[in-house]
Design a protein around this ligand. Structure first.
Ligand code: HEC
Length: 120
């Protein structure tokens, strides 16, 4: 029993450490496809500088699905980003982002806060 408790505490400690990941650390999962540096456009996904308040799909290379979502009124805010990053394909069906999303709400909040202060 004592060993079991120790293991449980150790697992909780690891889970706690994971929840303390910063937005910059979580952004490493996006960084293969997106830049948060001004003017960098040679990435598979759109540059994310100035994202908050921007119409979805308004950057070069956006898919028809993303452009249509923007034309229907999708503008990036904390709330719309939270929904999109939770489940990109549910939020914008047929969009071209090959990423299944961030399951944990604190991770989404941390990365959205990080994006709010781009460029980095
Ligand atoms: C495998 C590459 C890839 C990864 C990883 C990825 N994205 Fe994307 N992302 C894309 C592509 C490609 C698009 C354009 C999709 C479209 O237009 O349909 C996109 C679109 C977006 C958009 C909409 C941009 C706009 O101007 O409308 C946001 C916001 C976004 N990604 C955020 C993120 C965040 C935050 C992460 C990490 C948690 C991430 N992405 C991970 C490739 C990726």
């Amino acid at each position: 029993m004592r060993i079991f408790l120790f293991a449980a505490v150790a697992i909780l400690a690891v889970a706690g450490a994971a929840s303390a990941q910063t937005g910059a650390e979580i952004f490493q999962r996006c960084a293969g496809c997106h830049s948060v540096a001004a003017g960098v456009v040679d990435t598979p996904g759109p540059n994310l500088v100035g994202l908050i308040g921007r119409k979805a799909g308004s950057q070069p290379g956006a898919s028809d699905a993303m452009k249509a979502a923007g034309d229907k009124g999708l503008v990036w805010s904390e709330a719309t980003l939270d929904k999109f990053l939770d489940d990109p394909y549910a939020a914008v069906p047929d969009n071209g982002m090959e990423f299944s999303g961030l399951e944990r709400a604190p991770d989404r909040k941390a990365v959205i806060d990080y994006l709010k202060s781009a460029p980095h």
